[in-house]
Design a protein. Structure first.
Length: 277
């Protein structure tokens, strides 16, 4: 344990040298070389969890970025125990960093990427409930859940095996209704708050929710591009919510992109033809 802690402290120092403002260029190059060697080493998996509690954001960012890249490159070679440990670590990191201050958002973004990358690789083995489990993560910031879910369709395209990619897509598409229900809940909550807002305090509460709506729209756009069944789009209140958001200047551009994606779907439905007209 002491050796692992010492190595973690050494890697954290290297990360500060590599990413810190005002670092000497020669030291930066040397630090980057050592960090690249560390990323490729097998014992990096056991050291990475020790880097996240470091006070230096550079160390946290390096750990999250390394976790993401190693999941992409090495997942097939990981044992079931390692996969289970990484799964637990990712859920813990999502809960921890979702409550972190804004300056740690770059770290959180990398954690979301790592979670999405792990999710698409583990969906057919140790993590069959990837979508419900991500939705169940306890966080004060629902936008983070939407960010992680929105990255899943992109990460699906990084799967090298075509058969695994298609099987995983089918598996995740079968749970798309859960993602869309979450998005619809966010839309409904916002639109209701907007209707009921009174005075400056009410307006401030509505404004504070805007970034979550932006995240929900981005997430919806990503899942629509992945081929969400039309019945999920037209079978509930989602379309009405999108049209309501279209009328709000802050959300016009993203809402418009989402509606265009619905209208221009390859297998155009009767509903989308009606919408176009």
């Amino acid at each position: 344990k002491n050796m692992a802690a010492e190595k973690a402290a050494w890697v954290a120092q290297l990360a500060r040298q590599a990413y810190g403002a005002g670092s000497d260029p020669t030291q930066q190059r040397e630090a980057n070389r050592h960090l690249a060697d560390f990323q490729a080493s097998p014992d990096a998996w056991s050291i990475l969890p020790l880097l996240f509690p470091c006070p230096a954001i550079e160390a946290q960012f390096f750990a999250a970025h390394t976790l993401y890249t190693k999941i992409q490159m090495e997942y097939p070679r990981l044992s079931v125990q390692q996969r289970t440990e990484i799964h637990a670590l990712l859920i813990q990191l999502m809960q921890h960093f979702s409550a972190a201050p804004a300056e740690q958002h770059l770290v959180l973004r990398r954690v979301c990427l790592a979670l999405a990358s792990f999710g698409v690789r583990a969906a057919l083995d140790i993590w069959p409930n990837v979508i419900p489990d991500i939705l169940a993560i306890k966080t004060p910031n629902p936008g983070i859940i939407l960010e992680a879910l929105g990255l899943i369709p992109e990460e699906l395209e990084t799967l090298i095996s075509e058969s695994k990619r298609e099987d995983t897509k089918a598996k995740l598409r079968s749970e798309a209704d859960k993602v869309l229900n979450c998005i619809q809940f966010v839309f409904t909550t916002y639109l209701q708050k907007r209707r009921e807002a009174q005075g400056e305090a009410g307006k401030a509460e509505v404004d504070s929710f805007s970034s979550t709506i932006q995240q929900a729209l981005k997430c919806l756009l990503c899942w629509l591009k992945q081929g969400v069944p039309s019945r999920l789009v037209f079978g509930g209140p989602l379309l009405a919510s999108l049209l309501a958001l279209l009328a709000i200047p802050t959300f016009f551009e993203l809402s418009n992109q989402v509606l265009r994606e619905i209208v221009n779907r390859p297998h155009e439905s009767v509903e989308s033809r009606v919408l176009t007209q």
